[in-house]
Write a protein that binds this ligand. Structure first.
Ligand SMILES: [Zn+2]
Length: 252
């Protein structure tokens, strides 16, 4: 008989659902196993035996084993490491953190390890606890995430003809990149993009994460980056991101 393999890793809780009477189902982004789905039994109801109640947007150390019958993992221990208290105390920061969690879930396949993405999400949550601009932290998160998961729009040449581009370009959310003036007819819904925005995204792309936080960005460029990435994500990420509507309201 094969022995059940017990695993241990650090995990950020992205989603949480009630499951049957007494259990919960968690979607977690883990350091060593990528995105996984895990069940915790006996955490709800009058005879709940599990210690603390796991909250979304927290960092935990979990112990789990694989189910032989399904893709689910069974979590036997979940010890809280960080509650990201300052995010919880602020509605706007909670919305940005929820968006980061949702985008991570929507853009990643299950059970594929990517420590770089785990670190990016963890750094983002830590930074959202600090007084700096939550919007800027979120823009940098979006660009770095797209880069890591291989969804980065083409900004170095024309996405249609691959030729080098000059200043006379538009951005096609549908085709996922810049269009030169000769190729504009390939997407009539292409939108304006300023050189400042192109440069900002290119710069964040090639700058190590720790250094991106020192990059200055004007309000106009910040808003354009936001608009362009939203339109792009709407086209290329299947799941409708619930938090986006809320963010649009508070960002006005
Ligand atoms: Zn072209």
């Amino acid at each position: 008989m094969s022995k059940v393999k017990i695993q241990k890793t650090d995990a950020i809780i992205l989603r949480r659902y009630p499951l049957r009477e007494t259990s919960i189902l968690l979607v977690l982004y883990t350091k060593d196993f990528g995105k996984i789905k895990g069940v915790i039994k006996g955490v709800r109801g009058p005879r709940a035996q599990f210690g603390s109640f796991p909250e979304i947007l927290t960092l935990n150390r979990i112990v789990f084993y694989e189910s032989k019958k399904s893709e689910l993992f069974y979590i036997t221990q979940c010890d809280l490491i960080d509650l990201f208290k300052n995010i919880r105390a602020d509605l706007e920061r909670t919305a940005y953190a929820s968006y980061a969690a949702e985008l991570t879930d929507a853009a990643t396949p299950p059970n594929e390890k990517c420590e770089e993405l785990f670190t990016l999400l963890l750094n983002t949550l830590n930074l959202l606890c600090e007084p700096g601009s939550a919007r800027r932290v979120t823009r940098i998160f979006e660009i770095k995430l797209l880069l890591i998961v291989g969804l980065m729009p083409e900004l170095d040449g024309c996405v249609h003809c691959s030729k080098a581009v000059d200043a006379d370009v538009k951005f096609s959310p549908k085709l996922g990149g810049l269009l030169c003036k000769n190729c504009l007819s390939s997407d009539t819904a292409a939108i304006n993009i300023s050189p400042g925005t192109i440069n900002f995204i290119r710069h964040i792309k090639k700058t190590p994460y720790e250094k991106t936080l020192r990059v200055k960005v004007s309000k106009q460029v910040g808003e354009e980056v936001e608009n362009i990435l939203r339109k792009f994500l709407d086209m290329h990420i299947d799941i409708k991101l619930k938090t986006l509507d809320f963010l649009k309201k508070i960002e006005k």
